[in-house]
Design a protein around this ligand. Structure first.
Ligand SMILES: Cc1cc2nc3c(=O)[nH]c(=O)nc-3n(C[C@H](O)[C@H](O)[C@H](O)COP(=O)(O)O)c2cc1C
Length: 202
């Protein structure tokens, strides 16, 4: 039996991404987000337009999408309720957000240089995607302050232990354990439940 419901949010389960961007003064911002999906070599990101990350992407365009595994959940959670924006916007103050200048120190994560973009990678994240903004689209009503950002992935770094033993350019889904946000809780993935017919033709 199904019921018609009116949930406030529809966060149905997506991977967490720690996105690093450059602030105007040359310092680095790092923010957790999870409205992210992929098509070929394009990443599509859903972001609030009042955050520091959005401002940086709009101005500068370079970013690294760092994908934490379940092992980095504590570090990710330390960045919740923080913003690189100074002053903190009123609506975030009302939710107890605070400004943090060095998010890497705050989270206990390590910045390492990227190859092709200015923002650094997060060393602890097993997958790091260097990317450049290609397009920004406004999403929803004006008062939603939401945007959808297309980024082109220009370099993929993967922790060696994740790689398929035979094909070194493939990430093994049995080894990659993404951190998933479902509604407002963190989860991991379980074991494979079924073979995929799509995999046979790809
Ligand atoms: C696990 C997690 C997932 C989040 N997902 C998103 C998201 O998909 N889009 C978004 O705009 N904010 C998301 N947020 C909230 C941002 O992290 C928050 O607005 C933060 O202040 C942004 O930082 P910034 O202002 O320094 O860019 C998420 C927060 C957490 C902890």
């Amino acid at each position: 039996m199904h019921k018609v419901i009116a949930p406030k949010i529809l966060y149905l389960g997506t991977p967490v991404v720690l996105i690093s961007t450059m602030n105007r003064d040359g310092s680095v911002n790092l923010a957790p987000m999870s409205s992210a999906w992929w098509l070929d070599q394009t990443g599509v990101l859903g972001l609030g337009t009042r955050g520091q990350t959005f401002a940086n992407l709009q101005r500068d365009g370079d970013c690294v999408l760092n994908l934490p595994s379940v092992n980095q959940v504590a570090e990710v959670d330390r960045l919740a309720l923080t913003t690189g924006s100074d002053p903190v916007p009123d609506y975030k103050l009302a939710m107890n957000f605070r400004h943090v200048r060095n998010k890497f120190d705050e989270a206990g994560l390590t910045a390492v240089p990227s190859d092709l973009v200015r923002p650094p990678r997060v060393m602890e994240c097993p997958i790091q995607l260097e990317a450049k903004v290609k397009a920004i689209h406004s999403v929803g009503a004006v008062e939603d302050y939401s945007a959808c950002i297309e980024v082109q992935i220009i370099r993929v770094h993967a922790e060696e232990e994740l790689l398929d033993a035979e094909s070194r350019h493939h990430i093994s889904p049995d080894r990659w354990r993404p951190l998933i946000m479902s509604f407002l809780s963190f989860y991991g993935l379980g074991d494979e439940v079924h073979g995929s017919r799509l995999a046979e033709v790809f």
